[in-house]
Design a protein around this ligand. Structure first.
Ligand code: NAG
Ligand code: NAG
Ligand code: NAG
Ligand code: NAG
Length: 477
């Protein structure tokens, strides 16, 4: 796109009269509140991030430790955080989150405020620091680090207030608490203020935000309607009655609080000798139901008691990344004509439908005219050359909204050669359809936006082929 100032300057030089030339240039549509912050936008574009559940539970074959574990059991003799990070990098992950302290209270860093930590363990004669090793390994590999801290502490009621680890991008506050645990008020408001004071650009995760919200379940699946917006005042941490609200969000929500889907690659969060990683087809299902429904996928990969990620998990992660790359590296729409019901500012105005085929999935977009009389908005992809003859063949459709200006689409439908193949509600940062009927073939694909808050702004569209998708045993050739 031609920078605005060049255009403005040129127009000024060409103009003989002193009329305002600015009004010749179409202005962008007004944003629709609430909007994502810079850190939330950066978070959203990561798509998949990784969890490392590791600690005393790794050595006791348990998921929730009692807090009475003897630190002597913690001895991951072969611990190599570079191996964890390289597994993450191979899976295309740019942020890894470590359980620095789980419910058992055992700190994976040498806290000044408790002896219940790596300092009391035989690992590295008590001189080890798993947090430091992970942060150093992540930095060396050029990816970001995050920490999980359980407020529920079954060992010690005091709280380690030191986070001297450089830049931390996400902090994860778990709402889980045993039903017979003593009642205790957490000072979340004070903690959040302290976290923000120490780390200005961090995203704080909890059931209730303030930056990232829980999706309301741990199966890696968002609601098929999924708004990034919600009312924070209706949320509270550890409140089981709000899980459905968390799952779908709120079209009228006053806060931008996008959901994160946490799920483990194995049955448990921690490593257990008896468990093995999920199949590739299960991971892909999770991907479509999380990333494909406007969420971030937080995939847990638990290091084993040697202190390494098991080879089976490393292998599965590589397969997972390769599968995603295979499906999405080719966009059949790129070779097509593209047409829309209308465009803001007319041809050459900078908001044409061709913007949905460029590499920018955030700030260049198709914007229709927003006059009151324009009722129906659609965008159409039409094959030509070879594609016009036999048609486009695909089984996955991708739609993305320009969420920097707010989430808008409430209801949409997709037609191939006039026949409806998919319909849904929200789109958000990314909506993926893996077609229920399997492969479709046709010359014309039309996306109709049936209902939206303000005009819809679509930043990207893709038509893809997923060779791993065989609904009803359909074989693809
Ligand atoms: C915690 O408080 C709630 C509400 O006041 C009460 O119903 C519950 O029995 C208490 N639990 C314990 C373990 O004291
Ligand atoms: C749980 O959430 C509901 C709905 O917002 C609210 O009415 C209720 O007071 C909350 N309960 C607690 C314990 O915060
Ligand atoms: C969220 O807040 C908005 C604005 O106050 C309100 O219109 C909407 O009904 C609220 N949603 C719920 C579920 O209460
Ligand atoms: C942990 O994983 C590494 C890498 O696959 C393997 O060499 C080691 O034997 C595993 N440790 C255990 C206790 O299974």
């Amino acid at each position: 796109m031609c920078p605005l100032w060049i255009l403005t300057t040129t127009l000024c030089l060409l103009s003989k009269f002193t009329v305002s030339t600015r009004e010749l240039l179409p202005t962008p549509p007004l944003p629709l509140l609430p909007l994502p912050s810079f850190s939330q936008l950066k978070w959203q574009q990561r798509e998949i991030i990784m969890f490392f559940h590791f600690g005393v539970n790794t050595f006791t074959d348990s998921e929730w430790g009692t807090g009475h574990e003897n630190p002597a059991i913690f001895d991951p003799v072969g611990l190599d955080a570079n191996q964890w990070v390289s597994a993450a990098v191979n899976a295309g992950v740019s942020l890894v989150i470590l359980t620095a302290k789980h419910h058992d209270g055992f700190c994976l860093w040498p806290s000044k405020y408790t002896r219940h930590s790596v300092s009391s363990s035989p690992w590295k004669n008590g001189n080890g620091d798993v947090v430091r090793e992970l942060v150093t390994a992540a930095k060396a590999a050029g990816i970001d680090a995050g920490l999980y801290l359980s407020p529920w502490d079954r060992h010690d009621r005091r709280y380690g207030r030191d986070l001297p680890y450089g830049s931390i991008r996400e902090i994860w506050f778990d709402g889980a608490k045993g039903s017979n645990a003593p009642n205790m008020s957490y000072y979340f408001t004070d903690w959040f203020a302290m976290v923000k004071a120490l780390q200005a650009s961090i995203n704080i995760f909890s059931d209730a935000g303030p930056d990232v919200r829980w999706v309301g379940g741990e199966t890696g699946s968002a609601g098929s309607t999924c708004w990034s917006t919600i009312n924070r005042t209706s949320l509270s941490i550890g409140n089981a009655t709000i899980v459905d609200y968390l799952n779908t969000g709120d079209p009228k929500g006053t806060d931008w609080l996008p959901p994160e889907c946490d799920v483990s690659i194995r049955a448990g969060w921690f490593w257990h000798k008896s468990q093995s990683p999920k199949k590739l087809s299960e991971l892909l299902e999770i991907y479509y139901n999380s990333v494909g429904r406007n969420c971030l996928l937080l995939l847990n990969v638990p290091p084993n008691s040697t202190g390494l990620i098991s080879e089976t998990d490393v292998h599965r992660l590589r397969e997972f990344r390769a599968a995603i790359d295979t499906i999405f590296s080719t966009n059949l729409a790129e070779k097509c004509f593209i047409k829309a019901s209308s465009q803001r500012g007319g041809k050459g105005g900078g908001f044409g439908p061709e913007n949905v085929l460029d590499g920018d999935h955030l700030w260049t977009y198709w914007a229709p005219r927003d006059d009151e009389d324009v009722k129906e908005h659609w965008i159409e992809i039409r094959g030509f050359g070879a594609e016009a003859g036999e048609g486009l063949r695909f089984n996955v459709i991708r739609i993305q909204e320009a969420i920097g200006l707010g989430q808008r689409i409430k209801r949409h439908e997709i037609y191939v050669n006039g026949k409806r193949v998919a319909k849904g509600t929200t789109v958000g940062y990314k909506r993926l359809y893996r077609l229920e009927g399997g492969m479709v073939q046709g010359q014309v694909v039309r996306i109709r936006v049936r209902e939206s808050k303000g005009v819809p702004l679509i930043s990207s569209i893709g038509l893809h082929f997923d060779p791993f998708w065989h609904p009803n045993g359909q074989q693809l050739t």
